[in-house]
Structures are given as structure tokens and as C-alpha cells.
Design a protein around this ligand. Structure first.
Ligand SMILES: [Mn+2]
Length: 196
């Protein structure tokens, strides 16, 4: 039986980066966790992975008999189809509480902030684990994506402070320029005619 960290179906950057960042943290505190994903990468997410030269989490759809950490949601509809046959070890999220439940005690990190990666940064702080440069850069991008570079109504001062700290760790001087570059990748694809 293995332990996985996985975000929601039709994964966004928060789900993918969150799985990588959480798995790294867990591995640092002695718990073997494998990052996974429930679907194809969005172009924006591919851009982030390429930028920091990090491999995508493995595509894994079935979790029967496995244990997992759920990231960026707590809804049955967004979780793996066979989630009822898996053991949920934890939920890390920033949305309203969904309908997932568990048979055993679980670790729950749910905060009303703009991004799951802001919550994961709080977990790194709690466990006093240093964030590697590449992971810090990706977490920063995920927060800029979810908060639309701090313009979303869900953005909090915790998210902004978190990005500032992550930018320092990652050695990124102009994180807003990076955010704009990221959104250009996203909109370039959105403006592509459907047949292409
Ligand atoms: Mn999110």
C-alpha cells in the first residue's frame, strides 16, 4: 500500500504544484508520499513545471486500497472515482467544506485563503522544513494563478505575505512579471480557435 498526494479532477496549477510540494514536505518528515494527478496538465501548469525543471506528478486515476492526501477540494465529485475504497489521511484545501468523509482520524488543513499552496506553506512552517528553491518558485506561481496576481476576491494578506517569502527563497525579484508571463501562456491558449 502506497501513500499519494493528489489534487482534483481536471487539475489546475494549485492541484499539481500542491501534490509536489506536499509530497516533498511529507518525505522530509519521514512519511513516504508520492505526488499524483487525476488528469492532463493545463498549459499554464506545464509552463510552471518547465520553468523550474520539475517532473509532472504521475497520472493515476485509481486509488482502491491506497492511502491519500486530498488537495484543493473536499468534494466526492472532484475526487478519484474509487475514493470510497481508499483511506483519506488528510485534506489540504481553501474551499468550502465538501462532502468527503473518512473512516479513520485524518489531518485537516483547511483555511479561508486564496490558494492551497498558501496552506501548504503554513505546513512547512509548522514542521520547520525548508522549502527548496524550485518548489518555492512553483508554489509562488500556484498562488499567483489562484489569486489572479492578488486580484481575486479570495486573496488574503496571508497569500501576499506567502508569495513575498517564497520569492525570496526562490530568488525571484519580479514575481509580478513572472505572474504576467504565466497568464500570457494561459490566454494565448484560450484564444486559440477550437479546431486547433
Ligand atoms: Mn486552489
Amino acid at each position: 500500500m502506497a501513500v499519494y498526494a493528489v489534487g482534483h479532477k481536471v487539475p489546475d496549477s494549485d492541484s499539481i504544484v500542491g501534490a509536489i510540494a506536499l509530497a516533498y514536505l511529507k518525505n522530509q518528515i519521514g512519511e513516504q508520499v508520492i505526488p499524483a494527478r487525476l488528469g492532463e496538465l493545463a498549459p499554464e501548469t506545464q509552463f510552471i513545471l518547465d520553468k523550474f525543471n520539475v517532473a509532472a506528478p504521475e497520472l493515476k486515476l485509481s486509488y482502491a486500497g491506497e492511502s491519500l492526501y486530498i488537495i484543493d477540494h473536499s468534494d466526492i465529485a472532484l475526487a478519484p472515482d474509487d475514493i470510497a475504497d481508499a483511506t483519506i489521511l488528510g485534506i489540504i484545501d481553501h474551499h468550502k467544506l465538501g462532502d468527503l468523509t473518512s473512516d479513520t482520524p485524518l489531518e485537516c488543513w483547511i483555511r479561508p485563503v486564496g490558494c492551497s499552496n498558501t496552506v501548504i506553506k503554513m505546513m512547512y512552517d509548522f514542521h520547520q522544513v525548508d522549502i527548496p528553491k524550485d518548489i518555492a518558485g512553483m508554489m509562488l506561481c500556484a498562488i499567483l494563478s489562484d489569486t489572479v496576481i492578488f486580484k481575486s476576491p479570495t486573496c488574503t494578506t496571508a497569500d501576499i505575505r506567502c508569495v513575498e517569502v517564497l520569492a525570496e527563497i526562490a530568488g525571484i525579484e519580479d514575481f509580478k512579471a513572472l505572474g504576467m508571463e504565466m497568464f500570457k501562456v494561459k490566454s494565448a491558449v484560450l484564444n486559440t480557435p477550437m479546431r486547433d
